[in-house]
Design a protein around this ligand. Structure first.
Ligand code: XIL
Length: 327
């Protein structure tokens, strides 16, 4: 088979990678899954899909749990893979004590600071990068409602990166600070708003090193190669790295999973990965897990699926080979 990470490296990228959801999800005991995940010729980078999120790492206030996240750190170190650490400040998958707390701007800012700095300092440069703020923007480009925004106001966003920057400086290591979102892979309103937000950060001297383009696409409705290139070039022109961080391309109708559908999905994967290959500042592509058996899509979008590079039985789809050709 084409070895996707080897090809990505030969194309000048840092990695071709995958999210993984360990432990206790089935992935951790599935031998076939493990063999493919561990093969660094195929995946040179991993992202823990859930285990570094707020609910998992700070289940009670100032009581930290690093166990699940450490599994990802160990897999990366044992097999010579990069690790993207994900994520610190998000509207979702918070701990109940945060969601149900009775906060002032001052007390919630202290919670945010402690969480950000504890995790960054704990894992240090085991993390190539941290997604500091995740999915903060609505489709029109304004800040979305979240406990962070509602209690602290828009300043929460800038404070998060300042706290992260302080922590990185305390480690003395090179750990990149990313913003990660969906709907920023084309040249529409949300992307334009993010360009402006990045410029505001830069004019205020607040560190941001990169943007993660999630790239959760739909078969037949994936942004074109040209559009995806143009969006990426915009971030690179601002001096940032770009990564495709959560690529998957789902069928929205289960009955479209025939050979015509799989060929279209393969073309959509080809265009998406090509857009990263063709933009110098695009450092790598990460799929949001690699096989349909463990994909998050059916659980979140009922009736949709078949979004990944491998079928549920770990046979490779046309999309897998199309990615190999794109790299
Ligand atoms: C998803 C996980 O894959 C699921 O297991 C979980 O139930 C919900 O979150 N955007 C992100 C990721 O940034 O963290 C999300 O991961 C998918 C959407």
């Amino acid at each position: 088979p084409p070895y996707l990470n080897d090809l990505a490296r030969a194309a000048g990228k840092l990695w071709f990678g995958s999210a993984t959801d360990q432990p206790g999800t089935g992935e951790d005991t599935n031998i076939l899954y493990q063999e493919i995940l561990n093969d660094t010729d195929i995946f040179g980078q991993i992202t823990p899909a859930n285990d570094m999120k707020f609910f998992a790492t700070e289940p009670e206030q100032n009581v930290f749990n690093f166990t699940g996240g450490q599994v990802a750190v160990d897999i990366a170190q044992d097999h010579g893979k990069y690790l993207r650490c994900h994520n610190l400040v998000w509207v979702s998958q918070l701990a109940d004590w945060v969601t149900n707390g009775n906060w002032t701007a001052e007390t919630l800012t202290a919670v945010m600071k402690n969480h950000i700095q504890t995790l960054i300092i704990h894992w240090g440069d085991a993390c190539y990068s941290w997604d500091v703020v995740n999915e903060a923007l609505a489709s029109n480009g304004s800040f979305s409602s979240s406990i962070w925004y509602d209690v602290i106001g828009p300043e929460y966003f800038f404070l998060a990166y300042q706290f992260a920057q302080e922590a990185v400086e305390a480690t003395g290591k090179d750990i990149k600070l990313f913003y990660n979102d969906y709907g920023i892979e084309d040249t529409g309103n949300k992307t334009q708003a993010l360009y402006a937000l990045i410029q505001e950060m830069q004019s205020r001297g607040i560190q941001i090193d990169g943007v993660g383009l999630e790239s959760h696409f739909e078969v037949g409705a994936t942004p074109s190669l040209e559009t995806q290139i143009a969006a990426k070039q915009g971030y690179v022109a601002l001096g940032l790295e770009v990564a495709m961080t959560e690529l998957d391309i789902r069928f929205i109708e289960a009955n479209a999973t025939n050979s015509t559908g799989f060929a279209m999905q393969a073309q959509n994967y080809y265009d998406s990965v090509s857009s990263c290959v063709q933009v110098d500042g695009c450092i790598g592509v990460t799929v949001w897990d690699f096989d349909d058996q463990y994909s998050w899509i059916p659980g979140t979008f009922p009736g949709q699926g078949a979004a990944d590079l491998y079928n549920a039985d770990f046979t490779r789809k046309p999309a897998y080979y199309a990615v190999g050709e794109a790299l």
